[in-house]
Structure formats: structure tokens, C-alpha cells
Design a protein around this ligand. Structure first.
Ligand code: PGA
Length: 242
């Protein structure tokens, strides 16, 4: 399996339900990333699953945005971790807040998806984060702890999983927590929740070219999960080139 622990930073593009063949052609024509595939900065593009095989660019990895909680069977419309692996996918976002909210995914389902990724040597990018109400009620740490404890398998470690802290209220809103709040939450997860403190934790939620550097420099932040800004190649080039 890919040795993710050797990378200094991991930057992920989450395209959500956007993109087309022509968009991908233009994007790959314009992307500028000269990193290596084994150390330094790791860039992963997560397009809608049908386009996974079209993301063919030197030094850039490809990931899925979700996988089925099932392994195989009569589940019309689903895509399994096994199929993702078969088509060459090495990463898969799991438990994104949009899946939790819009598709009713609870921590048990998220946990199953993580296990399915493990079984197929796919590295899950496991998303956690509080919503605005929970933040107002000062429940951020409790919520994150509960999400992690309920879904993270015992054998999770720095080699087989990446965590993404994404405050739900920061996603697509243009708002981000204060820098030191981001760092504190990341350190809280490492120091108080995880058995393996070297599991990489990315920050996601309104990351842009103009705030990525400050966030990346924070203690406890090992990379970024970028949504909206990853759809604009000029903006994304600035982020991966920072
Ligand atoms: P955003 O999305 O960068 O558009 O806020 C992040 C995400 O949903 O992963």
C-alpha cells in the first residue's frame, strides 16, 4: 500500500457533483504540480466516481468521494470499495458531512465504509466535524470524539487512514474557524482521541488560495481538503503550489 506517512502534506480536491470530460481535459492541461509520488506534498483529486479513470496526471493520485457500506450484492446503484480498487483508486472520502446530512449516514455506516476500504487497501479520508448549533453549544470536542470513537476501527493507524476535520458550518460558507481554534482541535484529536498520534489530520472548510498557507503552517495540520476552490484550476494551482 502507498506509504502515506512519508508525505509532509496531503492536499485533496473534492469536486463533489461537478465536472465533465471536457472540464477534466482542460483541468489536467492546466494543472501545475511537480511533486513526487512518494514524499513531500501529495495531491489527490476526487472527481465523481465515473471520471476516476480519466484523472491521469503524473504525480497526482485519484480518490473517490464515497463508497458503499456493502461489499457486494443486490444493491442497485452502489459502488463498492472493491470496485474502486479494481479501477485503480487508492483513496476514498468517507463520512463527508454532506453524506451524513443528505443521505442519512450515521457513524455505524461510516465505520463499515472505513472497514471496506481497509479490506481493499484503499486509504479512507474519514471526515468529522461539528455543525453550527453544536459549535454554539460548545460541543465541538464531544461531537468529534463521538464520531471518531464510533467509526474508527481499532487497527487504524498512520499508514492506513487519514482524518479530515471539517466544521460543517465552514463548508462552502466562506467562513473558517480562527487559526488557533483549528490547531487546537487538531491537537485535541491527536492527543486525546487517537491511539496513533501520527495519523494525519487535514483541515477542510472554505480553504482558498489566500488562507491555505496560514492553515497549512499550523501545528497539528497535515494537509487540506479543498472543495469549491479545487474546481477553479488557477485557484487550485495556487493552493498546491503554496
Ligand atoms: P469547501 O468544501 O472547500 O467548498 O468549503 C470542503 C468540503 O466539502 O470538503
Amino acid at each position: 500500500m502507498l506509504e502515506i506517512e512519508n508525505f509532509d502534506e496531503i492536499i485533496i480536491a473534492n469536486w463533489k457533483l461537478y465536472g465533465s470530460s471536457s472540464f477534466i481535459e482542460e483541468y489536467l492541461d492546466q494543472i501545475k504540480f511537480y511533486g513526487s509520488k512518494s514524499q513531500g506534498r501529495c495531491v489527490i483529486i476526487c472527481p465523481p466516481s465515473l471520471y476516476i479513470n480519466q484523472i491521469n496526471y503524473k504525480n497526482v493520485f485519484v480518490g473517490a468521494q464515497d463508497c458503499s457500506a456493502h461489499i457486494e450484492g443486490s444493491y442497485t446503484g452502489e459502488i463498492s470499495a472493491k470496485i474502486l480498487k479494481d479501477i485503480g483508486c487508492q483513496f476514498c472520502i468517507v463520512g463527508h458531512s454532506e453524506r451524513r446530512m443528505l443521505f442519512n449516514e450515521d457513524s455505524q455506516i461510516v465505520g463499515k465504509k472505513i472497514l471496506n476500504c481497509f479490506q481493499n487497501n484503499i486509504i479512507p479520508i474519514f471526515c468529522v466535524g461539528e455543525n453550527l448549533q453544536q459549535k454554539k453549544e460548545k460541543l465541538t470536542k464531544d461531537i468529534i470524539k463521538e464520531q471518531i470513537i464510533k467509526s474508527l476501527p481499532n487497527n487504524a493507524n498512520k499508514k492506513n487512514i487519514i482524518i479530515a476535520y471539517e466544521p460543517v458550518w465552514a463548508i462552502g460558507s466562506g467562513l473558517t474557524p480562527d487559526l488557533d481554534e483549528i490547531s487546537k482541535i487538531h491537537m485535541f484529536i491527536k492527543d486525546n482521541i487517537l491511539k496513533d498520534k501520527n495519523i494525519k489530520i487535514l483541515y477542510g472548510g472554505s480553504v482558498k488560495a489566500n488562507n491555505c498557507k496560514d492553515i497549512l503552517n499550523l501545528e497539528g495540520v497535515d494537509g487540506l481538503l479543498v472543495g469549491g476552490a479545487s474546481l477553479n484550476i488557477d485557484e487550485f494551482n495556487k493552493i498546491i503550489g503554496t
